[in-house]
Design a protein around this ligand. Structure first.
Ligand SMILES: [Zn+2]
Length: 192
Protein backbone atom coordinates (compact mmCIF):
# COMPACT_ATOMS: atom_id res chain seq x y z
CA UNK A 1 0.00 0.00 0.00
CA UNK A 2 1.26 3.40 -0.86
CA UNK A 3 1.55 5.95 1.81
CA UNK A 4 1.21 9.56 0.97
CA UNK A 5 3.29 12.05 2.82
CA UNK A 6 1.26 14.98 3.86
CA UNK A 7 2.75 18.09 2.42
CA UNK A 8 3.00 21.25 4.40
CA UNK A 9 0.96 24.14 3.06
CA UNK A 10 3.01 25.82 0.41
CA UNK A 11 4.16 29.29 1.23
CA UNK A 12 4.02 30.18 -2.44
CA UNK A 13 0.42 29.29 -3.03
CA UNK A 14 -1.64 29.91 0.07
CA UNK A 15 -5.06 28.43 -0.35
CA UNK A 16 -7.84 30.91 -0.24
CA UNK A 17 -11.44 29.82 0.01
CA UNK A 18 -13.03 29.75 -3.41
CA UNK A 19 -15.85 32.19 -3.55
CA UNK A 20 -19.29 31.40 -4.84
CA UNK A 21 -18.39 28.26 -6.75
CA UNK A 22 -22.10 27.48 -7.19
CA UNK A 23 -22.56 30.53 -9.40
CA UNK A 24 -19.63 29.76 -11.61
CA UNK A 25 -20.93 28.74 -15.00
CA UNK A 26 -17.47 27.85 -16.26
CA UNK A 27 -18.15 29.84 -19.43
CA UNK A 28 -16.78 33.19 -20.47
CA UNK A 29 -18.42 35.64 -22.84
CA UNK A 30 -16.05 36.78 -25.60
CA UNK A 31 -16.47 40.24 -27.10
CA UNK A 32 -14.90 41.32 -30.34
CA UNK A 33 -12.60 44.36 -30.34
CA UNK A 34 -15.73 46.34 -31.19
CA UNK A 35 -17.40 45.09 -27.95
CA UNK A 36 -19.83 43.04 -29.98
CA UNK A 37 -20.46 39.66 -28.33
CA UNK A 38 -19.25 36.91 -30.63
CA UNK A 39 -18.70 33.75 -28.71
CA UNK A 40 -18.54 31.80 -25.49
CA UNK A 41 -15.42 29.98 -24.37
CA UNK A 42 -14.14 28.01 -21.41
CA UNK A 43 -12.48 29.72 -18.46
CA UNK A 44 -9.27 27.94 -19.38
CA UNK A 45 -9.32 29.25 -22.95
CA UNK A 46 -10.10 32.75 -21.69
CA UNK A 47 -7.20 32.58 -19.23
CA UNK A 48 -4.81 31.66 -22.05
CA UNK A 49 -6.04 34.58 -24.18
CA UNK A 50 -5.58 36.94 -21.23
CA UNK A 51 -2.13 35.66 -20.35
CA UNK A 52 -1.01 35.95 -23.96
CA UNK A 53 -2.45 39.47 -23.99
CA UNK A 54 -4.71 38.60 -26.89
CA UNK A 55 -7.68 39.65 -24.81
CA UNK A 56 -8.41 42.03 -22.00
CA UNK A 57 -10.53 41.48 -18.93
CA UNK A 58 -13.86 43.27 -19.05
CA UNK A 59 -15.75 41.61 -16.20
CA UNK A 60 -14.15 39.48 -13.54
CA UNK A 61 -15.46 37.50 -10.61
CA UNK A 62 -14.20 37.78 -7.06
CA UNK A 63 -12.64 34.35 -7.22
CA UNK A 64 -9.20 33.58 -8.60
CA UNK A 65 -7.56 31.14 -10.92
CA UNK A 66 -4.28 29.83 -9.62
CA UNK A 67 -1.50 28.09 -11.38
CA UNK A 68 1.93 27.38 -9.98
CA UNK A 69 3.25 30.70 -11.15
CA UNK A 70 0.31 32.99 -11.63
CA UNK A 71 -2.84 34.24 -10.04
CA UNK A 72 -5.54 35.59 -12.30
CA UNK A 73 -8.96 36.92 -11.46
CA UNK A 74 -11.55 34.57 -12.87
CA UNK A 75 -12.84 36.06 -16.12
CA UNK A 76 -16.56 36.46 -16.83
CA UNK A 77 -16.36 38.68 -19.92
CA UNK A 78 -13.26 39.27 -22.06
CA UNK A 79 -12.61 41.40 -25.12
CA UNK A 80 -10.32 40.45 -27.97
CA UNK A 81 -7.65 43.03 -28.63
CA UNK A 82 -7.72 42.41 -32.36
CA UNK A 83 -10.89 42.39 -34.40
CA UNK A 84 -11.80 38.93 -35.67
CA UNK A 85 -13.98 38.15 -38.60
CA UNK A 86 -14.30 34.42 -38.13
CA UNK A 87 -17.54 33.76 -36.22
CA UNK A 88 -19.43 36.36 -38.17
CA UNK A 89 -20.96 34.07 -40.73
CA UNK A 90 -23.74 32.48 -38.74
CA UNK A 91 -25.23 30.90 -41.85
CA UNK A 92 -22.43 28.34 -41.78
CA UNK A 93 -23.03 27.48 -38.14
CA UNK A 94 -24.79 24.26 -37.41
CA UNK A 95 -28.57 24.41 -37.29
CA UNK A 96 -29.63 22.85 -34.03
CA UNK A 97 -33.09 22.71 -32.56
CA UNK A 98 -31.97 24.75 -29.58
CA UNK A 99 -30.55 27.47 -31.82
CA UNK A 100 -33.76 27.58 -33.88
CA UNK A 101 -35.85 27.78 -30.70
CA UNK A 102 -33.65 30.53 -29.26
CA UNK A 103 -33.83 32.54 -32.48
CA UNK A 104 -37.63 32.19 -32.50
CA UNK A 105 -38.02 33.17 -28.85
CA UNK A 106 -38.91 29.60 -27.77
CA UNK A 107 -42.37 30.04 -29.32
CA UNK A 108 -44.24 28.26 -32.10
CA UNK A 109 -44.04 30.52 -35.13
CA UNK A 110 -47.58 29.57 -36.18
CA UNK A 111 -49.63 29.80 -32.97
CA UNK A 112 -47.23 31.26 -30.40
CA UNK A 113 -47.39 28.46 -27.86
CA UNK A 114 -44.24 27.61 -25.95
CA UNK A 115 -44.98 23.96 -25.32
CA UNK A 116 -44.05 20.79 -27.19
CA UNK A 117 -41.78 22.60 -29.58
CA UNK A 118 -40.26 20.96 -32.58
CA UNK A 119 -38.98 22.34 -35.86
CA UNK A 120 -40.87 22.76 -39.11
CA UNK A 121 -39.70 23.19 -42.69
CA UNK A 122 -41.70 26.16 -44.00
CA UNK A 123 -41.43 24.81 -47.54
CA UNK A 124 -41.69 21.07 -46.86
CA UNK A 125 -38.72 18.96 -47.81
CA UNK A 126 -41.07 16.90 -50.02
CA UNK A 127 -41.66 20.09 -52.03
CA UNK A 128 -37.98 20.91 -52.34
CA UNK A 129 -37.58 22.92 -49.14
CA UNK A 130 -34.02 23.11 -47.88
CA UNK A 131 -32.72 22.61 -44.37
CA UNK A 132 -31.49 26.18 -44.09
CA UNK A 133 -31.97 28.87 -41.48
CA UNK A 134 -34.36 30.62 -43.86
CA UNK A 135 -36.61 27.57 -44.16
CA UNK A 136 -36.73 26.19 -40.61
CA UNK A 137 -38.88 27.58 -37.81
CA UNK A 138 -39.88 26.59 -34.31
CA UNK A 139 -43.30 24.96 -34.38
CA UNK A 140 -45.39 23.16 -31.81
CA UNK A 141 -46.12 19.53 -32.56
CA UNK A 142 -49.87 20.14 -33.23
CA UNK A 143 -49.12 22.93 -35.76
CA UNK A 144 -46.44 20.78 -37.31
CA UNK A 145 -48.94 17.93 -37.76
CA UNK A 146 -51.64 20.28 -39.06
CA UNK A 147 -49.36 21.81 -41.65
CA UNK A 148 -47.96 18.42 -42.63
CA UNK A 149 -46.36 18.59 -46.08
CA UNK A 150 -48.31 21.55 -47.39
CA UNK A 151 -47.00 24.89 -48.53
CA UNK A 152 -47.80 27.87 -46.24
CA UNK A 153 -50.26 29.30 -48.78
CA UNK A 154 -52.08 25.99 -49.20
CA UNK A 155 -53.13 25.88 -45.56
CA UNK A 156 -52.71 29.57 -44.72
CA UNK A 157 -50.08 28.95 -42.08
CA UNK A 158 -47.32 31.51 -42.30
CA UNK A 159 -44.50 32.00 -39.79
CA UNK A 160 -44.99 35.13 -37.66
CA UNK A 161 -41.48 36.29 -38.50
CA UNK A 162 -39.82 35.26 -41.69
CA UNK A 163 -36.93 33.04 -40.63
CA UNK A 164 -33.40 34.34 -41.01
CA UNK A 165 -29.85 33.48 -40.19
CA UNK A 166 -29.53 34.30 -36.47
CA UNK A 167 -27.07 36.76 -35.03
CA UNK A 168 -24.12 35.59 -32.90
CA UNK A 169 -26.02 36.23 -29.67
CA UNK A 170 -28.26 33.24 -30.43
CA UNK A 171 -25.28 30.90 -30.27
CA UNK A 172 -24.17 32.59 -27.07
CA UNK A 173 -27.51 31.96 -25.41
CA UNK A 174 -27.58 28.31 -26.46
CA UNK A 175 -23.98 27.70 -25.41
CA UNK A 176 -24.74 28.14 -21.74
CA UNK A 177 -27.42 26.79 -19.45
CA UNK A 178 -28.13 30.14 -17.88
CA UNK A 179 -26.94 33.55 -18.98
CA UNK A 180 -24.83 35.02 -16.15
CA UNK A 181 -26.12 38.39 -14.98
CA UNK A 182 -22.75 40.00 -15.74
CA UNK A 183 -23.16 39.14 -19.43
CA UNK A 184 -26.50 40.84 -19.92
CA UNK A 185 -25.26 44.36 -20.47
CA UNK A 186 -23.14 43.07 -23.38
CA UNK A 187 -25.90 41.16 -25.12
CA UNK A 188 -28.68 42.58 -27.27
CA UNK A 189 -31.95 42.94 -25.35
CA UNK A 190 -33.61 40.12 -27.31
CA UNK A 191 -31.03 37.63 -26.01
CA UNK A 192 -31.95 38.10 -22.38
ZN1 LIG B 1 -48.29 25.99 -32.82
Amino acid sequence: MKTLTSSAPSEYAPRLPRQRPARDTGRVLVLNATYEPINVCSVRRAAILLLKEKAEMIERSDSELRSERQVLARPIVIRLRLYVNVPRDSSKRKITRRAVFARDGWACQYCGTRSSLTVDHVIPRSKGGLSTWENIVASCAPCNRRKADRLPAQINMHPRKSPRVPGPHVFITVATQKIPAAWLQWLPAEAA
